[in-house]
Write a protein that binds this ligand. Structure first.
Ligand code: CO
Length: 416
């Protein structure tokens, strides 16, 4: 260790010893002044001359020093079928920036001209309609903040100690969605007696289709054309997508072009060959929509290396398709003892909720876990509990607790 660093480190230890009282209890002692052998303020080049002009570029971009990006989750099995994960470990608050929202495509991203795009609604309705985007934007609008999670998020099998949070939980994002409530449109066309299901169809080359129960369609579903204040990005369904809060992401059909009202489910490929859950007795659960309570620690998380021992804030995200999160508990010893974390408001229904807990890392091994409870009293299960009920072939809907092991050297990896 160079002498200066040694002196600074000695100073820091002194600060930490002194920091037992009320003031400075967090114990971060980076700011030693020059007189104490530390740093002083300089006048860097960016303070010496005017910076870049306004509106360069017209659509603002992150600082050149920020390098966040989505990353492909796997090699595509065939052209256009791919997904990318959100780098949740590097984000703050609850809103996912539009450029970092996770993607899942079954036949690539279509380039749709909004002036030529149409939404048809037909079937068991009194007044079938074909709508333009202008028609939709004129209708009464709502804006709501909701999470979106792929039911295939967090694989059941093949967990890797080297996983980052982006790899284990990245098919999860949260945004403000604006559009017309599907219930408004259903009232406008008049649903006929006997109607019970709606087929939603995308305009992508996969012709993505899912069946949606009518009561779910009336439970806050949005025909969304905007996300976080601007029109949808192409990869999020531009110019129009369905958004169904609290249920598996695949139901929120992107590039929405057709709604057909019927009296029974339509049994599409994506609800027969895919998106069903194989149980240990060989039966398959179908139409498992709800995303149950789940949470994960985002800081510290996989791939991180903690520096010196001392104060850390454990931070994470919790969410539930059933409504609001009411509590998150955190353990630093593998589940032997739990502490209630603080929930950061506002706590919104079917939305990400951020939690945090102050922690003093002693420098030794630790086993971090979080466990969410929602307003129905449902508690996020341990993996062993979930596996005892559903086996390991379900593939979808893994909402088990998820652990990060901190090694004595500060390295963080997935375990437990
Ligand atoms: Co499902």
């Amino acid at each position: 260790m160079p002498p200066d660093a040694s002196r600074r480190s000695a100073h820091r230890r002194g600060f930490l010893r002194l920091a037992g009282g009320a003031a400075g209890a967090i114990g971060i002692a980076k700011a030693a002044w020059a007189a104490d052998g530390g740093e002083t303020l300089t006048v860097p080049e960016w303070s010496r001359a005017p910076g870049a002009p306004v509106a360069s570029p017209p659509y603002g971009q992150p600082s050149a020093f920020e390098r966040l990006g989505r990353r492909p989750r796997s090699v595509p099995a065939f052209p256009g079928a791919a997904s990318t994960g959100t780098p949740l470990q590097h984000l703050h608050g609850i809103i996912t920036p539009n450029g970092l929202h996770f993607e899942r495509h079954h036949a690539g991203v279509p380039a749709i001209d909004p002036d030529r795009h149409r939404l048809a609604i037909h079937g068991l309705v009194e007044r079938p309609l074909v709508l333009t985007m202008d028609d939709l934007v004129r209708m009464p609008a709502v804006s709501r903040i909701h999470f979106l999670e792929c039911s295939g998020n967090t694989p059941w099998l093949g967990a890797k100690p080297t996983w980052t949070l982006q790899e284990s939980h990245g098919l999860l994002s949260c945004a403000e969605w604006t559009g017309v409530e599907l219930a408004t449109l259903l009232d406008e066309v008049g649903v006929k007696p006997g109607a019970a299901w709606i087929l939603a169809e995308g305009a992508d080359a996969a012709g993505m289709t899912r069946s949606i129960p009518l009561d779910l369609a009336r439970d806050g579903a949005i025909l969304a054309y905007a996300q976080n204040g601007e029109r949808l990005r192409p990869e999020q369904g531009y110019p129009l997508r369905l958004f169904l809060p609290g249920v598996e992401g695949n139901l929120s059909i992107k590039w929405l072009r057709r709604l057909k009202v019927g009296d029974q489910p339509f049994q599409t490929r994506e609800e027969t060959a895919k998106y069903t859950d194989l149980m240990p007795d060989g039966s398959a659960r179908q139409f498992t929509f709800l995303m149950e309570a789940k949470s994960v620690i985002t800081t510290p998380s996989g791939g991180e290396r903690l520096g010196e021992p001392g104060f850390r804030e454990i931070r994470g995200l919790a969410w539930t398709g059933r409504g609001r999160i009411t509590g998150v508990e955190v353990s630093t010893d593998g589940g032997a003892r739990w502490k209630a974390a603080t929930l950061e408001g506002p706590v919104l229904p079917r939305c990400l909720t951020r939690f945090r807990l102050p922690w003093r890392w002693a420098g030794g091994p630790a086993q971090l876990l979080s466990r969410a409870t929602d307003e129905t009293g449902y508690v996020q299960p341990a993996r062993a509990t979930l596996v005892s009920l559903r086996g390991t072939q379900s593939f979808y809907h893994n909402n088990a607790t998820f652990g990060w092991a901190v090694a004595a050297n500060g390295g963080v990896s997935h375990a437990g």
